[in-house]
Design a protein around this ligand. Structure first.
Ligand code: ZN
Length: 90
């Protein structure tokens, strides 16, 4: 990735700045990227980049690290017993 304000489609540098977010139209709740694995749920807000010139919308997450599952994470369902977490899962 080069300039974060350059459109990946048309190459213009007209990416809209400011707090751009995806929301539901009814209650303006943030749209999240949700990862479920090993009974653990991780989520981060999905964020768009919008080109003012061609309208191309690029989606990304700011904190991709937060989607990583580590040994400190607990399954959301305490009864989750699929198989024990193993070292190579991470
Ligand atoms: Zn563009």
């Amino acid at each position: 990735m080069s300039d974060p304000y350059t459109c990946a489609k048309c190459g213009s540098n007209g990416i809209l700045k400011g707090d751009i977010g995806l929301r539901t139209s009814r209650d303006l709740e943030l749209i999240m990227v949700v990862r479920k694995d090993h009974g653990i749920e991780k989520k981060v807000p999905l964020q768009p980049k919008v080109c003012a010139k061609c309208g191309y919308v690029d989606l990304f997450v700011q904190n991709a690290e937060q989607l990583k599952i580590g040994p400190q994470d607990k399954p959301i369902n305490p009864d989750f017993k699929n198989r024990p977490l193993l070292e190579y899962d991470f």
